[in-house]
Design a protein around this ligand. Sequence first.
Ligand code: FES
Length: 170
Amino acid sequence: MALAFSPEADREITDIIGRYPERAAALIPVLFVAQDEFTYLSEEVLELVAERLDLPAAKVLNTATFYTMLRKAPVGKHHVQVCRTLSCYLRGADQLMATAQRKLGIAPGETTGDGRFTLEGVECLAACGTAPIVRINDVYHENVTPASLERLLDALASGKGEPVGGGGGD
Ligand code: FES
């Protein structure tokens, strides 16, 4: 069966399109709707978005590729995003990334074999005042230290931490 938006997502897209004078301007919000609906933007999903907005597939792909918050590959149940931009970098993002890599046994861009964790270095998450920031799915963790990150990852691994919206998996 061909890929299609749910009626709810389709209504949301119609609403978004109505807010902009040109369809191209609706592209980014529509890509976020597509990501919420399908968990990540596969080639097939990008084609669906291009079709729905009547835009060239190359434009949709270029836009999706540019924004790190738009996922182009499936992610684990817990999507661990370590901000690596200046404020976070100056306050220890490198140590956080090293801690996450050691705890999870994966490199940035990888997912654990059991599909539970994906680790990623991302650009500014717009919460620089409480740097360093680690976002896990939709939840921001502020003023993170290697020790607090370690505790957080342990809790998620043991199932004590609640999985939060936005990641893929079960
Ligand atoms: S630099 Fe990390 S949130 Fe802005």
